[in-house]
Design a protein around this ligand. Structure first.
Ligand code: AHR
Length: 367
């Protein structure tokens, strides 16, 4: 009961402060919103419902669709180990939104201390978050955003629109440098309705619209290698000889697209006829950048586990936390022809950000 009252107070603080802070998203790579939430468990004495002195945390993970997702799962599991004072219940939701809602409802029924959600899609959340709120269980969101409800205490993740804008800004500068006059792009999108797909699509499209680039087609590859391959196979048939840019919204789709282009005899990468752009910058993706097959890779940082564990530890100790925290995300390129890109980010700020030329050392240090 004490836990419920504390949580209700924390939400009241969140909502009243959020109202004061409405209307501003901040620059990328920085935490935003002074909005904070007071602790939701008894201060300094987190009592796990089933884990003794451990803090019980239920994590509804998206699935296992990509290298990025594996890195994300590893990061959360390492940060919420028993050694660190947590009892983590992990559910792989297999990219199935109904399964994810069910997992969250099961956590509520079990009475875990905290729920962590990486939302497959960005909408359809308000009812279940209201249920968690009524049960006095604070929800922390990681990676993707929930856009139809504010009933979570804190979020840590990526500025996906900035990733798309950065890809557009890089392509514009690269095309100018290389004398590429026309852009005819094919896009392989991520999971439809996920904030990662929505942000990257919108950010890149903004550049396409502003610069008269043609987006010949844009279909979902569901963030998987198989999806990327089958979409690219059909693009190779429908748009043979008509495209010079392929944008894959994650590395695994890019690997699939490479397989399809190899089979169709399409030359891509720094020595090819097609510029290949990707997102995530996992180790396997950066290897492709190093070999010149992927021209540019825009990082989506999956190492959110420690940030999330820190948020929960602070809440358990009755401390305040940020409402939103953005991960730091660098941009990687294959050729050393541009040093940085300048663009107006999603918060409306003009930024200049460095491009990292990928070397073996960069690959070795990647996740
Ligand atoms: O939400 C992050 C995205 O989801 C990553 O780009 C992708 O690899 C993953 O599946």
């Amino acid at each position: 009961m004490k836990k419920f009252l504390a949580f209700a107070m924390s939400l009241a603080m969140v909502f009243s402060l959020a109202a004061c802070n409405s209307g501003g998203s901040s620059a990328s790579n920085a935490s935003e919103d002074s909005t904070s939430a007071a602790g939701s468990s008894e201060a300094g004495a987190p009592a796990g419902s089933s884990g003794g002195d451990l803090i019980t945390v239920g994590f509804a993970q998206v699935g296992h669709e990509s290298d990025w997702r594996t890195a994300s799962t590893n990061s959360v599991q390492a940060a919420f180990s028993k050694d660190k004072g947590f009892d983590l219940q992990f559910v792989d939701c297999d990219n199935n939104s109904a399964k994810q809602l069910e997992a969250v409802r099961n956590f509520i029924q079990q009475g875990v201390d905290y729920i962590v959600i990486d939302p497959i899609v960005s909408t359809g959340w308000d009812t279940v978050l209201t249920e968690a709120q009524s049960a006095g269980i604070p929800v922390i969101v990681i990676d993707r955003t929930i856009d139809d409800s504010d009933k979570y205490v804190s979020w840590v993740g990526s500025e996906f629109t900035n990733e798309g804008l950065a890809a557009g800004a890089w392509l514009k500068a690269y095309a100018e440098k290389k004398g590429i006059k026309e852009i005819n792009a094919l896009v392989i999108e991520g999971t439809t309705g996920s904030s990662a797909q929505i942000g990257r699509t919108n950010g890149f499209k903004k550049y396409a619209d502003a610069n008269g680039w043609k987006i010949l087609d844009s279909q979902s590859g569901n963030f998987t290698q198989d999806g990327g391959q089958s979409v690219m196979e059909s693009y190779c048939k429908s748009y043979q000889g008509k495209f010079n840019v392929v944008v894959c919204q994650n590395d695994n789709e890019a690997f699939g697209a490479e397989d399809a282009m190899n089979a169709a005899g399409v030359k891509y990468g720094i020595d090819g006829d097609v510029v290949l752009i990707s997102f995530d910058a996992c180790k396997a993706g950066l290897k492709e950048v190093l070999s010149g097959k992927i021209n540019a890779d825009f990082q989506c940082n999956p190492l959110q586990g420690p940030f999330c564990a820190d948020i929960i530890s602070k809440l358990a100790a009755g401390q305040t936390v940020e409402k939103k925290t953005y991960m730091k995300e660098p941009w990687y390129v294959s050729e050393d022809v541009l040093t940085d890109i300048s663009y107006t980010n999603n918060a409306g700020n003009d930024v200049t950000e460095p491009l990292i030329h990928v070397t073996q050392d960069v690959v070795d240090k990647a996740y």
